[in-house]
Design a protein around this ligand. Structure first.
Ligand SMILES: [Cu+2]
Length: 217
């Protein structure tokens, strides 16, 4: 066997080899980044891990973090008909709410809460919407966690959205589409897209005030 110094390539070749290795590494990195970018195009929701749907006796736990002003995750996967146990955690400084319903329900709450922006000192104003437009609603104070069971409708006629209508919050981004998935599989069909929802029919200027916390249903 030859001594290593005899098979060691000249310095110039070593540097060329090192440069080649560096270029190869850079190319591999660039390819990896390209693959990542291709797999996570802007606006795409991350792939759904297999979902084991919850039942009445064993609800599936779903964490939703509320921030000023967004929901995490920004797309919520649910299986039609399953029972979930939501853990809503408000990690922001403002009070937030989670309203699940279709766009007419979101509009109804936006209008109802805009009417109570900047409430005068005194009792917490009761915010209500017309019968049948309530959807699912939970109000969570800053730093609070609320655990709520909910059974997803078995048949969903219109895209569902998770939204917060404390005045100004929807406009600032507190809206997340609900993606309906099949058990144990990647999304079977998407009823909503993670693009911004259409403008609300009722204007409420950002920073117009916060509604005090309402009792959860
Ligand atoms: Cu909010």
């Amino acid at each position: 066997m030859l001594p290593s110094r005899l098979i060691r390539p000249p310095a110039g070749l070593r540097h060329a080899a090192a440069r080649g290795a560096t270029l190869a590494a850079r190319a591999a990195l660039a390819a990896g980044v390209a693959i990542l970018v291709a797999g996570c195009a802007v606006g795409d929701a991350p792939p759904t891990p297999p979902v084991s749907p919850g039942t009445g006796t064993s609800p599936r736990e779903v964490n939703v973090v509320m921030k000023d002003y967004q929901f995490i995750p920004d797309v919520v996967d649910l299986v039609p008909g399953e029972t979930v146990l939501f853990h809503f955690v408000n990690g922001g400084l403002a009070v937030h709410e989670a309203i699940i319903g279709d766009m007419p329900i979101q509009d109804a709450w936006e209008a109802a809460e805009a009417a109570h922006a900047d409430p005068p000192p005194g009792p917490t104003p009761a915010v209500t919407v017309p019968a049948g437009m309530e959807g699912f609603r939970v109000v969570v104070a800053s730093g609070e966690r609320k655990d709520v069971r909910w059974t997803v409708p078995g048949v969903v006629a219109a895209p569902l959205i998770l939204g917060c209508h404390i005045p100004g919050h929807w406009e600032r981004g507190m809206q997340a589409p609900i993606r309906l998935v099949t058990p144990g599989a990647s999304p079977a069909y998407t009823t909503t897209t993670p693009t911004p929802a259409p403008p609300m029919t009722t204007a409420s200027p950002p920073g117009s005030g916060e509604l005090p916390s309402q009792a959860a249903p």
